[in-house]
Design a protein around this ligand. Sequence first.
Ligand SMILES: Cc1ncc(COP(=O)(O)O)c(C=O)c1O
Length: 362
Amino acid sequence: MDFKPYLKKLTPYPPGKTVDEIKRELGIEGPVYKFNSNENPLGPSRKVVKVIKELAKTVNLYPEASYIELKRALAKKWGLSPENFILGNGSNEVIELVFKALINPGDEVLVSQPSFLMYEKFAQIYGAKVKVVPLDNKLKHDIPGLLRNLSNKTKVVFLDHPNNPTGSVLDRKDWGIFFKNLPENILVVIDEAYGEFIEDPEIPLGIEFLKNGFNVLVLRTFSKAYGLAGLRLGYGMAEKSLAQLLDSLRQPFNLNLFAYKAGLIALEDQAYLKKSLKIVKEGRRYLTQELSSLGFKVYPSQANFIMVDFGSVCEHLYQGLLRRGLLLRPLKPYGFPNSLRITIGLPEQNQLLVKNIKELLG
Ligand SMILES: Cc1ncc(COP(=O)(O)O)c(C=O)c1O
C-alpha cells in the first residue's frame, strides 16, 4: 500500500505513564505519586463529579451540537462573543484544526525547541515543514531567532506560554518586538495551557493581543487548573472568521456530553479554581526553594511544574524515585538528559518528594 511519504518518519507522542502502567511495569504495590503529566493533584471538583453522575443516565442521547451554552459562558468570562470560540476535545484538537484549516503540504510552521511536542507531531501528519528555533540561554522563546527564521512560506508560529517543559514566559518587551516585526498574515498560536498559573502581573496574556486586533489564536484548556484532563476539553479564542472556520472543520459531536456540561460547572466553581491555583503557587515556591538549596538548578516557572537540572545524579534520582513510586518526567526526549520536569503536587506530596530526594542523595 502507498502510505503518504511524509508519514514514514512519524514517531508516536511519548505520553506520561499512568499509575496502572507503572504498577504493572515495576511491580509497585504501594501508592504511586504522579509528578509526571502536569495534572491537577486536587482531584476533580466535587460539583463536576456530581453532574457527571447525573448525566450518566442520559448517555443514550447525543449532546447538543452547537455547544452554545459553554461558548456563552466563556464569552462572558473573557469579554468576547460566542462566535470567537472554538471548543475542542482537549486543546490538542484545536491545534490539529489549525493544521486542517491553514496548512498545505510544504508550508512552514515555526516552533521553539523544546516546546509542546504536539505542534511538530501535527506538522508531520499534515506534511508541513517544521522550522525549530532553540530557546534562548534563559530557556525562553528566542524572539530574534524566531523572527530570523520566518520565510514567505511561514503560515503559523506556535508559542506555548508558559513554555512546556521549562515554565518560562515572555515579558511585554519581548512580545512587543515580536509583533512589531511579524508579517500580519502569519498566525500566532499562543498556547496558554498553563496560563492560569501565571503569577507575574507584568506578563501579558494572549487575550490582550486578540482584543488589540493581532492575528492570534489563544488556546486554553480545562485539563490543568480546572482538573479535567481525563474529560478532554479545551478551547481556542480568535477573531470570528478564523474561529468559525475552525468550528466548521470539527466533528459534529467533538465534545462528549460529560465534557460539555462539566466545563460549564467547572467555570462556575470558583472555589475549586482558587484552591488549585493556591496549591500550585505555594508548591512551586516550596519546591524551588528546597531543590535550589540542595544545589540543583531550578528554572523559574510560571506553570504548574518546574524543570530541574539534576546534573550527574539525574538518572540515579529518577530511577530511585521511580522504584519508590514517585514518578517524574525525564526531559531526555526534549533534549535535556540531565533534567526532570516535576508537576507541583499537594503540599504533603511535595514534602514527600523532597524527603525521598534527600534520602537518595545519602
Ligand atoms: C503546552 C500544552 N499545550 C496543550 C496541551 C494539551 O492539553 P489538552 O489537550 O489536555 O487540552 C498540553 C498538555 O500537556 C500542553 O502542555
